[in-house]
Design a protein around this ligand. Sequence first.
Ligand code: HEC
Ligand code: HEC
Ligand code: HEC
Ligand code: HEC
Length: 543
Amino acid sequence: MEKDDQDRIKQASAARGTGSTPPYATSLKLAALAVTLVSVATATGFLAAPFLRPQEARPAAEAAPGTQADEGTPLFRGWPKPDVALVLTGEQHGYLQPCGCTEPQKGGLARRYNFLQTLNKRGWPVVAADLGDIAQEASPQALLKFKYSMKALEHIGYTAVSIGKNEVDLDLLTALAEAVLNEAKAPRPLVANLLNKDAAADLVKSWVITAATNDGPKVGIVGITGPELAKKLQKNGQWQFDDENKVLAGAIQGMQAKNADLLLLLYQGTIDEAKAIAAKNPQINVILCLSRESEPSSRADQVGQTTIVSVGHKGRYLGVVGAYRTGKADQPFELRYELVELDPRYETPEGKDNTNPIHGLMQEYAEKVRDGNYLAKYMLNSLHPLQVTFPNAEYLGSEACKVCHKDAYNIWKNHPHSHAYETLKVRAKRPTLRQFDGECVKCHVTGFAYKTGFRSEEQSPKLLNVGCEECHGPGSLHVRDKNNVQFREALNPWKSKEGETTKKHEDRMFSLCFRCHDTDNSVHFDFPEYWYKKKTEHKNKDE
Ligand code: HEC
Ligand code: HEC
Ligand code: HEC
Ligand code: HEC
């Protein structure tokens, strides 16, 4: 499945055309921040009250929102109440919401909140931490989303987060300053081996100690950037990392000196790197490391007494480590692990949005996207591949095709593609206003961000919905000169080629569909079914 997806993605992106990749990556490159970061290894003094957060310091536990989730689920079967439950997440990659357009959608911060409420309801003491890569790769909304994610984690009651490549790419200091500065209860960013902290000194720490209850185990949480990632980030020149083994030994000593009972490492490194760390530092009880694949393993790895887990990408899963005191000096804790899938059972029931503060945050986020006119930030006037060859080709809208292609038009008109924008505008809830969100609009309209393509509902009303030119390209030259064979051919790169097998031809058309019907947004997509049976095919019989 995973492998299959990768092949599909490769195939699809290969077909994506040239000249159309927005240059965000370059424009958002680490700005020349004159950041010198103070060595934290020595900064043990930061262990002040704000980072020690007993249960009392948290917002009072709200009434469980009455999700259907906790009743009769097979979760934690046979687990007694743990002395502390570590809730572990990471690599959210910007997904605030359940990922995708088709059931079964998974993940989302609101569901995460509801899940935590089910643990509260069980009376379990919880400590929550995140590995980082909360942000997505470059996108006009990445910074705003990071900020709202951090707000959500604060509401959920997270103690700490680590920092990944995506946060660094985002312009780490700006991101952290927006998300953490002046937010006493914001989760604490931890990277123990980040050198020369200076400007980041108040923001990024080495480790924290927390306890879910007064008599609960003290959990020491430390963040480390592994050597592979450190090397990549060092290439940027701004960020320097100390040797992890040296720094970690000091951090462990520091945490133990403050009576930490249970040690959790947020490790921005691979599973193999994590295993090596565990072998060298057997005092660490739990390591959360990067996932090799998007789907996480439901099992933890064990190296000596250290439990190593990873939770996959996009926040669709989270890991729960239950820790039980044994009373034995040589092995003070027994650990259990369960991977939890944030499926629709954790959705807030209809009409109960006020039981979950994340919905309000998400609506606020959507309003910010609208009010900040983020949609305009996508409009880079990049060229559709057809416009590379024919710079004067313009988008006209599907009505312009109707006169000459009646059959194709009628088939399209009865197809969901012809009201895809309306769907977005009317059916998207929690939050609403998604017609202002480029991350949604891009697949629900025609010629998004291309020269003369979709701009906004007001500026380009003819290009709402997935119209003819979304698949065929801008058609003005052809409409003005229907007999020009060159123009016609340019509009139909999908036509079967001489000597091409049906399979090859279908694979090419599939790559067109897969731009939008990807594995997140169209879970059940099957080319033959969607093309032939669901009547997307529209071979033109007039003319
Ligand atoms: C003035 C009439 C006219 C209009 C308007 C028109 N077309 Fe065509 N189109 C034709 C003719 C004639 C052909 C060639 C015969 C055929 O394939 O149907 C053609 C062929 C095509 C083909 C097949 C090309 C090939 O070589 O396989 C595509 C795709 C196409 N048109 C798309 C569009 C789109 C999209 C629009 C609207 C933007 C449009 N047409 C508007 C007349 C028109
Ligand atoms: C990568 C392209 C893509 C993006 C991005 C995208 N969608 Fe979609 N959306 C689709 C496709 C494809 C379908 C149809 C899926 C199917 O029926 O298999 C769809 C369907 C939908 C539907 C109808 C679902 C139903 O039950 O019929 C809604 C509502 C929707 N999308 C909302 C959104 C929202 C909100 C966003 C932004 C958070 C978004 N979409 C982003 C491609 C996308
Ligand atoms: C979802 C993508 C998509 C949309 C939307 C779409 N088409 Fe097509 N169209 C295709 C593909 C793929 C082919 C190639 C089919 C083949 O060769 O079997 C095609 C083929 C055609 C052809 C050539 C058919 C033939 O073999 O004679 C015409 C003409 C055409 N489309 C016109 C239109 C018009 C007009 C619209 C809008 C009313 C439209 N298309 C909307 C994907 C699309
Ligand atoms: C630009 C993005 C985009 C492309 C490209 C695209 N689609 Fe879609 N498709 C959508 C969206 C969005 C919807 C949901 C529309 C709605 O429900 O309002 C959808 C819905 C559908 C549906 C209806 C599904 C259902 O169960 O009701 C079918 C069938 C479909 N697409 C087939 C295709 C095929 C086949 C291709 C390739 C030839 C294709 N699409 C290319 C965006 C796209």
